[in-house]
Write a protein that binds this ligand. Structure first.
Ligand code: SAH
Length: 200
């Protein structure tokens, strides 16, 4: 797992993904997003707040205090209603909350193999049967080694092989702050996965 301190340092200096706007890939999917939403690894909350503004009941979780405080502040400033909670996404399995939709923008690719398994198991607990996961992760098409772990389509299919129907995996992009565009021209290549939780 990427260390907490790495994330803390990135938030202190301006995290690449923390653009002050929702990720375009997610915003374009908004029509398909329904019901109550969990934003796992929500950071400072732009995606969650975008969906709250569209009338969804949204809860954002992140394991760091600082981005959660920022998300709460933005929520209040914008007069929106959403919940933000400091919580480790690797503990979802033991949670009692349930959601119609889970959003993951840049969390899945943080985890190592074991954590990945634990995380996906937890997702299948908190997501109601028939609910959908919308997941945006670094793809294996990102050149170089800067940034998080690269994820292949095959790895995504393997991670969601049991108890899920993978509906689509499409080429997409992360948006990053302007100062990171030299490192990632056009934004880092991403996979956008939509998967439905089935039984079993
Ligand atoms: N979804 C946000 C942030 C993406 S960066 C956005 O799109 O802007 C990944 C986020 O996951 C960071 O905010 C980091 O603090 C958080 N994170 C990393 N590991 C986590 C874990 N185990 N549980 C919860 N959050 C985690």
């Amino acid at each position: 797992m990427t260390e907490r301190t790495t994330f803390e340092e990135l938030y202190a200096t301006g995290a690449p993904w923390d653009t002050g706007r929702p990720q375009r890939a997610l915003a374009e999917m908004a029509e398909r997003i329904t019901g109550s939403i969990l934003d796992a690894g929500c950071g400072t909350g732009e995606n969650a707040l975008f969906l709250a503004e569209r009338g969804h009941s949204v809860m954002g979780i992140d394991f760091l205090e600082e981005p959660i405080q920022r998300a709460k502040r933005k929520c209040a400033e914008r007069g929106l209603k959403a919940s933000f909670l400091v919580k480790n996404a690797l503990t979802l399995e033991h949670w009692t909350e349930r959601f119609d939709t889970v959003l993951d923008s840049g969390l899945f690719h943080v985890f190592d193999d074991d954590e990945r398994e634990r995380y996906v198991q937890g997702l299948s607990v908190v997501l109601k049967p028939g609910g959908r996961l919308f997941l945006l992760c670094f793809s294996d098409e990102v050149p170089g080694t800067q940034g998080p772990r690269r994820v292949s389509q095959l790895e995504l299919r393997e991670a969601f092989a049991q108890g899920w129907t993978v509906e689509s995996i499409e080429r997409s992009r992360f948006e990053v702050r302007p100062e990171f565009e030299t490192a990632f021209p056009g934004g880092p290549q991403a996979w956008f996965l939509v998967a439905q939780r089935t039984d079993g």
